[in-house]
Design a protein around this ligand. Structure first.
Ligand code: HAM
Length: 431
């Protein structure tokens, strides 16, 4: 019976990271480790699976993430689990579960890995994507940490040569002042129901702040005269925001205050921010892509999880988006290439000797490639070329007999013969 046809494509919204792109990912991971070390963030890894309730309570029931974007699965035992849509709630859970408040505070941790959101895939928006996150948990809710996580995020982006970056900063107040602002916002929108999209009409009852970050054209128009939350901040939030801006000024961060940044996760209070990069389109027009990163303060997340109140602030950056920008802007990521060595063997005796020789190279810490399955010299030289080898070692019957080997410079074609017992030492000098 013929096999049923099936779609041999990566699942919608997911993508492969091919060998030829791995050096960009590796460079980003290396820079993440360096930035983490400079600012004293320790690595934390949490599972990809978490309980559904963690995000319902952490991120918030009325958010797009929880309402529409989670991959939920039910175990055979009936537990409801999700593929983590974000990392902050998971880190808060781990902090409480392992009593990390007993370590020196604030605890600074970072993570990097895959996250999952059931979104409409488009440029820069995937269903499986990778995020790096920096979190500062516990201790005082000092604005200095708000700025430090922005700085770490910025340094990371700069380390992979991204330019024209701007941090859009806002404060969304606290439990005391935000309700007052919400009232003002709703009274502004009261007579605008016809001017905004269906989703925004729903937001009016469920999550009014999100009226401010809808990207629909008519909603963009409607929000133009909306009241500014900064005018309604209570004195404590105002002081905190002033502190954030003062530190940002001191550090000369490329920032601008943006009253429309409200973030799509409910756990934030006071500082919120997003980082954008301005690019020039092919027609010379200035365009701003999707946010490369975002974050903010989440002093009330622990309480919403039923835990002891703990102040915290953090940032998350989309690694796939960073890679996309590096590629679309043709940013040169230098690859430190060691001279690659390729072993060519002709004849059965040479194959046997070649295997032995490879072990000697491995023991000496030298990687050596081969295509011993091919027989002819030409085919093997072709493979060496494709592999980008700079040196080829050629072992034929004559060489085996004379216990020697040919070293060929792949660029110039110049060849020399050396004794087999000396070849490892000789190659060591050249790579
Ligand atoms: P977020 O803004 O939802 O925040 O995500 C942070 C970054 O992840 C975004 O700016 C974007 O670059 C990337 N990202 C998000 N969704 C996608 C997607 N579907 N495809 C590709 N990239 C995406 C958070 O997740 C918070 N946990 C950040 C945070 C850490 N706040 C405090 N600490």
């Amino acid at each position: 019976m013929p096999k049923k046809n099936f779609d041999l494509q990566a699942v919608k919204g997911t993508h492969d990271i091919l060998p030829q792109d791995q050096f960009i990912w590796e460079k980003i991971r290396k820079e993440i480790r360096e930035v983490a070390e400079i600012y004293s963030f320790s690595r934390i890894d949490t599972p990809i699976l978490e309980n559904l309730d963690l995000f319902k309570r952490g991120v918030g029931e009325a958010t797009d993430i929880v309402e529409k974007q989670m991959f939920v699965l039910t175990t055979k035992g009936g537990d409801k689990l999700v593929l983590r849509p974000e990392g902050t709630s998971a880190v808060a859970r781990a902090y409480a579960q392992h009593g990390l408040s007993h370590l020196s505070q604030p605890l600074k941790v970072y993570y990097e890995g895959p996250f999952f959101r059931y979104e409409n895939p488009q440029a820069g928006r995937y269903r499986q994507f990778h995020q790096v996150g920096f979190e500062v948990i516990g201790g005082e809710n000092d604005p200095i940490y708000d700025v430090q996580v922005m700085l770490a995020a910025l340094r990371l982006l700069e380390s992979v040569k991204l330019k024209n970056l701007t941090i859009h900063i806002n404060s969304i107040g606290c439990k005391v002042c935000r309700p007052i602002y919400k009232k003002h916002l709703l009274s502004y929108y009261k007579n605008k129901k016809k001017d905004i999209c269906k989703d925004c009409n729903r937001r009016m009852t469920q999550n009014p702040l999100r009226l401010l970050d809808c990207k629909e054209d008519k909603c963009e128009q409607a929000k133009k005269g909306a009241p500014n939350i900064i005018d309604d901040l209570c004195s404590v939030c105002r002081k905190h925001f002033k502190g954030v801006l003062e530190y940002a000024e001191e550090l000369k961060l490329p920032y601008q205050v943006d009253p429309f940044i409200v973030r799509g996760l409910d756990y934030y209070s006071r500082t919120v921010f997003e980082i954008f990069m301005e690019e020039t389109s092919q027609s010379g027009e200035k365009i701003t892509g999707p946010a490369l990163g975002g974050g903010g303060r989440y002093d009330f997340l622990f309480e919403s999880l039923g835990l002891k109140s703990t102040s915290a602030v953090g940032a998350g950056l989309g690694m796939d988006r960073i890679v996309d920008v590096i590629k679309s802007n043709k940013i040169n990521i230098p690859v430190k290439q060691k001279n690659k060595v390729f072993l060519i063997v002709i004849g059965i005796e040479a194959k046997k000797k070649g295997l032995e020789l490879m072990e000697e190279f491995i023991e000496a810490g030298i990687n050596i490639s081969e295509s011993m399955g091919k027989n002819s010299l030409g085919a093997q030289l072709g493979s060496a070329d494709k592999a980008g080898a700079s040196l080829a070692l050629i072992l034929g019957q004559k060489e085996v007999f004379k216990e020697s080997i040919i070293i060929r410079d792949m660029k110039t074609g110049v060849q020399e013969t050396v004794l087999l017992k000396k070849v490892v030492a000789e190659i060591k000098k050249r790579i």
